[in-house]
Design a protein around this ligand. Structure first.
Ligand code: SF4
Length: 204
């Protein structure tokens, strides 16, 4: 279930995720974290930059912190996995029309990037991740994940998705005994979504 609001944090300072990581380490100290969330919203001018109301901005940041905290908790186990995959959302392709030269294989199901645009987020990620030994899937929807995991039995998964989908996917991975790391979208929607490629590369 996606968020009921749209957001775009892609223009927020690159130090934003460093701050999120710092706060994630403090998770468990609930009162402090609650104050810190409001402090991050103020410091990075999240409301001004995105037009989000305070409660949506708080929900978004709390999810980011939750995701990052789970990444940190799961990191050691993930690093011990050998057979790994990356799941990317197809809506982060540079183009969503005929200009994207990717082909779609419904049997997997995944788009196969044709590397037509050097500055396409998906292209850059596919090239980097495959070089690191990951199998990469460009998914038309989160429901494909279970089918792929059942067929391929990956030990570790890195997934890019919106915060709400990451929470759902996390429960699925747990039930299948698969270790996961997640990167939340910084801009949601049906097209031209984006994520921090630096954060993703640091996780791979
Ligand atoms: S680089 Fe790949 S994903 Fe991006 S627009 Fe081209 S074919 Fe599509």
């Amino acid at each position: 279930m996606p968020y009921k609001f749209t957001f775009d944090l892609s223009k927020i300072s690159r130090f934003f995720f460093k701050e999120i990581t710092k706060v994630s380490y403090q998770k468990g100290m609930h009162k402090k974290v609650g104050r810190a969330v409001h402090e991050i919203i103020r410091k990075f001018k999240i409301q001004e930059a995105t037009g989000l109301n305070l409660s949506d901005a708080v929900l978004l940041l709390e999810d980011f912190i939750e995701i990052q905290a789970k990444n940190l908790l799961e990191r050691e186990r993930f690093m011990q996995t050998r057979k790994r995959a990356v799941f990317l959302p197809h809506c982060s392709r540079k183009y969503m029309d005929g200009r994207c030269k990717a082909t779609f294989n419904p049997d997997i199901p995944s788009y196969i990037c044709a590397h037509c645009s050097p500055n396409c987020l998906i292209n850059r990620t596919v090239s980097f991740a495959e070089e690191k030994g990951y199998d990469v899937y460009i998914l038309p929807g989160g429901s494909c994940i279970q089918k792929i995991l059942k067929a391929k039995h990956y030990e570790g998964v890195v997934a890019v998705a919106c915060g709400e989908e990451i929470k759902l996917g996390g429960r699925m991975l747990k039930s299948m005994g698969t270790s996961g790391q997640a990167i939340p979208l910084v801009k949601n929607g049906c097209a031209n979504t984006s994520f921090s490629i630096e954060t993703l590369f640091s996780i791979l």
